[in-house]
Design a binder for this molecule. Structure first.
Ligand SMILES: [Zn+2]
Ligand SMILES: [Zn+2]
Length: 239
């Protein structure tokens, strides 16, 4: 038996969405692949990123021009994203970045982005998993879009977050003052990446800081969109 065959028998390749054993060169089984590659925006609001029936623009104004999410924060997409975020499937960064670019191009047609940046992640998460899950995907997005990646301009102060806060107003209060920028950013249109959208408070606060630093317009892209009605179960995992 060849060495590779022995390894694949001991550690078979599993689908990132459902765990089914699959061929070595695949990331997903056929079923999960069809699901996760089918990003359809016609039912989504391109301003807040939520499904039209659950659009949040009616209730509040955001500092960003628009947000597009790739998937609902559940099932196959949630499982695959968390396996990446927890450091088990680093190769999925390219997969999510490619789909994010496709989503951005179809939702924000002809918007001339001149830079990409990411919402800063928690120091503890970077220490624990050995990488920055937001920056890794955002860097790849910038590479695919052939735009500049603006690093180390958007920063986070690390204070303890009150996880039980769940409405937009409460979460906005919780993130207010958390983010700041260093220096002027003379960019016309920045694409801001964050992994999980729940109320939009984090993106709103980061967009506000970018505008304050000199950026003219901010658009956002998120991997997972949390449904308001299911928010409580996933609050502890992101905002
Ligand atoms: Zn699968
Ligand atoms: Zn909306």
């Amino acid at each position: 038996m060849r060495k590779n065959t022995v390894i694949s028998c001991l550690y078979p390749n599993k689908c990132a969405g459902c765990g089914e054993i699959i061929d070595e060169d695949k990331m997903f089984c056929n079923y999960c692949s069809a699901f996760i590659n089918n990003i359809d925006f016609k039912n989504f609001c391109t301003k807040c990123g939520m499904e039209k029936e659950n659009c949040r623009c009616k209730y509040r104004e955001f500092h960003f021009e628009g947000n597009i999410g790739l998937y609902k924060n559940e099932g196959i997409a949630r499982k695959a994203y968390y396996s990446y975020k927890l450091g088990k499937r680093n190769y999925l960064a390219s997969f999510f970045a490619e789909n994010a670019v496709k989503a951005v191009k179809s939702a924000f047609v002809n918007v001339p982005f001149d830079a990409v940046c990411a919402v800063p992640t928690a120091f503890r998460s970077r220490l624990k998993h050995g990488f920055d899950h937001n920056r890794t995907i955002a860097l790849k997005i910038a590479e695919i879009m052939k735009t500049e990646y603006i690093d180390s301009v958007l920063k986070a102060r690390h204070f303890r977050r009150l996880q039980h806060k769940s409405t937009f107003a409460e979460r906005l209060e919780n993130v207010r003052g958390k983010y700041y920028t260093v220096g002027r950013i003379s960019k016309k249109c920045v694409l801001l990446f964050d992994d999980i959208y729940t109320t939009g408070a984090t993106l709103d606060e980061c967009a506000k800081e970018l505008l304050f630093a000199g950026v003219r317009k901010v658009y956002c892209v998120s991997v997972l969109m949390t449904d308001k009605r299911k928010k409580k179960e996933v609050t502890k995992n992101g905002d």
